[in-house]
Ligand binder design. Structure first.
Ligand code: HPA
Ligand code: MG
Length: 173
């Protein structure tokens, strides 16, 4: 069976919002270097676009995690599939996510990173589904709050497809 994609947020609106968030981050980190941690794979498109809109020095690292069981039923304990290449000790770290859903995996990831003694640790997400939250996470930068619908594009996939869409769409089966 094939699915159709209904546009939820246009490419133009996504680009405009990323510029705004990039400007806000640039102001907040003025005089410092920001170390972006891209959470693979979904965060990769957003991380690249965001990094281009930040005008303080940026460094980048990548991490890939998977939860034991699915995100809705798991304890949120994560397995680090790919760890960071560099130490984050003393750095001003900004985690970059594609979407925040239950918050389980992410709150665990935050605890893991805090133990590595960054100077600061903040969180930025392209999308947030606040209705889905079961674990409190403090989100510092949100591009869009969205309803509880399954979305794709801008890094987000449905069975590994549609990550490359330049807009955010809802999957209709
Ligand atoms: N789309 C893709 N991946 C996801 C979603 C979604 O809506 N929610 C959590 N992971
Ligand atoms: Mg993700």
């Amino acid at each position: 069976m094939s699915e159709t994609i209904r546009q939820l947020i246009s490419e133009e609106d996504v680009d405009k919002k990323i510029r705004e968030i990039g400007e806000q981050i640039s102001r907040d980190y003025e005089g410092r270097q920001v170390h972006l941690i891209c959470v693979l794979k979904g965060g990769v498109f957003f991380t690249c676009e965001l990094a281009k809109r930040i005008n303080v020095p940026v460094s980048l690292d990548f991490m890939s995690v998977s939860s034991y069981g699915d995100d809705t039923s798991s304890s949120g304990v994560v397995r680090i599939v790919k760890d960071l290449d560099e130490s984050i000790e003393g750095k001003d770290v900004l985690i970059v996510e594609d979407i925040i859903d239950s918050g389980r995996t992410l709150s665990y990831l935050i605890e893991v990173l805090k133990q590595r003694n960054p100077n600061s640790l903040r969180l930025c997400t392209l999308l947030d589904k606040p209705e889905r939250r079961v674990k409190d996470v403090n989100v510092d930068y949100v591009c869009f709050n969205i309803p509880d619908e399954f979305v794709v594009g801008y890094g987000l996939d449905y069975a590994q497809k549609y990550r490359n869409l330049p807009y955010i769409g809802v999957v209709e089966l």
